[in-house]
Write a protein that binds this ligand. Sequence first.
Ligand code: ADP
Ligand code: MG
Length: 402
Amino acid sequence: MKQTLKNMYIKDKRVLLRLDLNVPIINGNVIDDTKIVKSLETINFLLKENCKIIIMSHLGRVKTEEDKAKNTLEPVKAILEKYLNKEIKFAKDILSEETKNMALNLKSGEILLLENTRFLDVPEKLESTLNDNVAKSLASLGEIFVLDAFASSHRSHTSVVGIPKYLPNCIGLLMEQELDMLNRTILNPEHPFTVIMGGAKVDDKIPLIKSLLPKCDHLLVSGGIANSFLYALGLNVGASLKATDENIIAELKNIMLEYKPKFAFPLDAIVESTYNKTPALKSINKIDSNDIIKDIGSKTIQKYQDIINSSNTIFINGTMGVYEEKAYRNGTTEIFNILKNKEESTVIGGGDTISALNNLGFKNTFTNISSGGGATLEYIAKNTLPGIEAISEEDKIETLDL
Ligand code: ADP
Ligand code: MG
């Protein structure tokens, strides 16, 4: 077990807090502040302990000097100020003497927000390529390091894995909750355990599928993932999105050979044709070479519903079809509707899956949502992440045998 915030002595300390404040911003406006709101719990906890808080986060992609203007954390500062009802100091030049003085002169209950850590990547990649000197200099701003950025913890970046080497450290409240939820549900599932894997490319998902198959009782496939497995079985999936690389196909065949009884495949599909854009429902064994599979059909939904209803744990990643297009979002919507009745047993993970959830009208329907995107999938596949590895183990209280 990793060291947690509640077990640390933090009163009045200068705490360097790595958050995930990577929110979508359009023309300087934050269009979804979910990540900021979630981060308030740890910030408020630190404020109650009279800490001096130095907050760090990345935001967007920063590859050139021009990328900086649209990826400043200033709009995030304004929202934090609104929710916390207090002024926040802002340090534009992260590694400057001025920033260091601002940090060292903070009073109890004051907050300093550092500019986007990815600004350190231009001109030299000082954030995304782990840099020990920069880690040391960032560490000198605080007395304790708290990692509460689960969604960034699969990256070996300076602000995530570099700093804890130089400071007493722990995970934050959000990260603790997120790990508890995933450990309780997916790593130790109540059976029958059903995994629903949809989405686009199978290549990215093979490690996840391989780690889940020994644990789950059923694997329901859909989207590009299903197309690739069906294609590996020798079925015609026409012009649909699928894996074609020989090595991947061979790997899919091996996976099916070992776990065939656990697999559930689509029975039907909504297809578009390369010469006719009108959606058509077809049996999965009647797909012809011009068809593009874009969603699952009603027989598949029924079959998957029966399996979901008899399950005690369900994990879903990836959408059932191309939900971005109106004509092909029925499968995803219906599966979410079915899962609604199993809300307590359902865990949802993946960046696009959560976007789909929000866009299709299920925004506040589910509780067990893992916010991590790529980090969630990697954590499930490997049971750890570089960011978690960098954090100290919990102190063991030794009982003396007197
Ligand atoms: P996550 O980001 O949550 O891991 P994915 O990116 O794997 O999820 O899945 C969502 C994407 O999968 C969507 O962009 C959707 O359009 C795509 N997708 C789903 N089904 C199909 C399909 N049959 N053909 C092509 N793309 C698909
Ligand atoms: Mg995706």
